[in-house]
Write a protein that binds this ligand. Structure first.
Ligand code: ACO
Length: 334
């Protein structure tokens, strides 16, 4: 059997600036009660000044490298998951690599929104299994606060998202019985319009114009069919988790910890109920950080590793659903 990939170290970073539901209700028509009831979110972090996802990502990455005991000179590839790249191009992974002082190793972005971290994990695992890399740095970084409409017009989306970053160092597992068992990736592009950011667009000249920022549904802000997304999420999450378990001859009862993407606490409660899982086995921290998209799984995993919920021998499933639509799962024997 080839060596298994495992997470050798983890790090996380969020901005200091806490934005509560009450803070939002001062700039838009919303309330703490509405937000908590629909999403479970109490607060999120927003950057206070000029700060890119790769700035947070670099802090998380340094922590991950230190906890893995791996130097940046030992990293053979860098994968950066985001829907909010610092700039349009080149890839933010390049900016991150420069900040970290990486060697001239491959660095690329994965633009798969809420599933981005798991798509990145699967890509990194493939590089390691193919012998193309020994250690890969995977970082999920997201700055939403500069791209959402913080007025009543944008409230359905704006209250959900927060800024943050999480990073892992992947490498060969010290024990062949432990590590990543399998990854499962899916996409269904016909639903792209149900959750997207349409502008700026290379299909148009100019790519963005003042009208994109005006009107009832401005194209320069994310647009989401909330209920539609919710309905698909509560179907696809259990499906892909079951798929990962079945691929390894395991069942829901075997699962010790589920770390779902933090899109909405209600979605995660639905998923636990659909799988007939004890909610205590499901890791949620959306109440404090909101939905940080590609960063949400490593942020939650970092927390669960620190407090001991994720520990040696446990069966741990990471799962995501988001824009695309895309959805994914990764199963680990820790
Ligand atoms: N504060 C107060 N009222 C609001 C807010 C708000 N922040 N946002 C919307 N409303 C209003 C609407 O205008 C609407 O009013 P109306 O009935 O007068 O038209 C009403 O509240 C809508 O209420 P509900 O339909 O009951 O809202 P729902 O229960 O569907 O919750 C929500 C909305 C939270 C967005 C939900 O649909 C959801 O979580 N969907 C999934 C979101 C998600 O998971 N996104 C994926 C992650 S993003 C990614 O992948 C990049």
């Amino acid at each position: 059997m080839s060596e298994r990939t495992h997470i050798l170290g983890i790090g996380s970073a969020v901005p200091d600036n806490v934005v509560t539901n009450d803070d939002l209700s001062r700039v838009m028509d919303t309330s703490d009660e509405w937000i908590q009831q629909r999403t479970g979110i109490r607060q999120r972090r927003h950057i206070a000044a000029d700060c890119g996802g790769t700035d947070l990502g670099a802090i998380a990455a340094r922590e991950a490298l230190a906890s893995a005991g791996v130097g940046i000179d030992q990293i053979d590839a860098i994968v950066y998951a985001t829907l909010s790249p610092d700039i349009d191009w080149p890839a933010s992974a390049n900016l991150l690599a420069a900040k970290l002082g990486a060697r001239s190793v491959p660095a690329f972005d994965v633009r798969n929104q809420c599933s981005g971290f798991l798509y990145s994990l699967a890509s990194a695992d493939a590089l390691i299994r193919a012998g193309r890399a020994r250690h890969v740095l995977v970082v999920g970084g997201e700055i939403h606060s500069t791209g959402i409409d913080l007025t009543t017009r944008g409230r359905e989306v704006a209250v959900i998202f927060g800024d943050g970053a999480g990073a892992v160092v992947l490498g060969p597992s010290p024990d062949p019985q432990r590590g990543l068992l399998s990854t499962h990736l899916h996409a269904e592009g016909r639903y792209a319009e149900k959750l997207w950011l349409e502008s700026a667009s290379s299909r148009k000249k100019p790519r963005i114009e003042p009208a994109d920022l005006d009107g009832d549904a401005p194209r320069a802000f994310p647009s989401m069919s909330g209920r539609y997304v919710f309905k698909h999420a509560v179907t696809r999450f259990p499906e892909v988790i079951q798929e990962a378990l079945a691929a390894n001859g395991l069942r829901v009862e075997d699962l010790d910890v589920l770390i779902p993407h933090q899109a909405n606490l209600r979605i995660n409660q639905f998923v636990a109920a659909a799988l007939e899982m004890d909610e205590a086995k499901v890791v949620n921290n959306i109440d404090r950080y909101g939905n940080t998209t590609a960063a949400s799984i490593p942020l939650a995993l970092a927390e669960a590793m620190r407090d001991g919920r994720v520990s040696e021998g446990r069966l741990v499933c990471l799962a995501a659903f988001g824009a695309g639509f895309t959805w994914a799962a990764a199963l680990f024997r820790w």
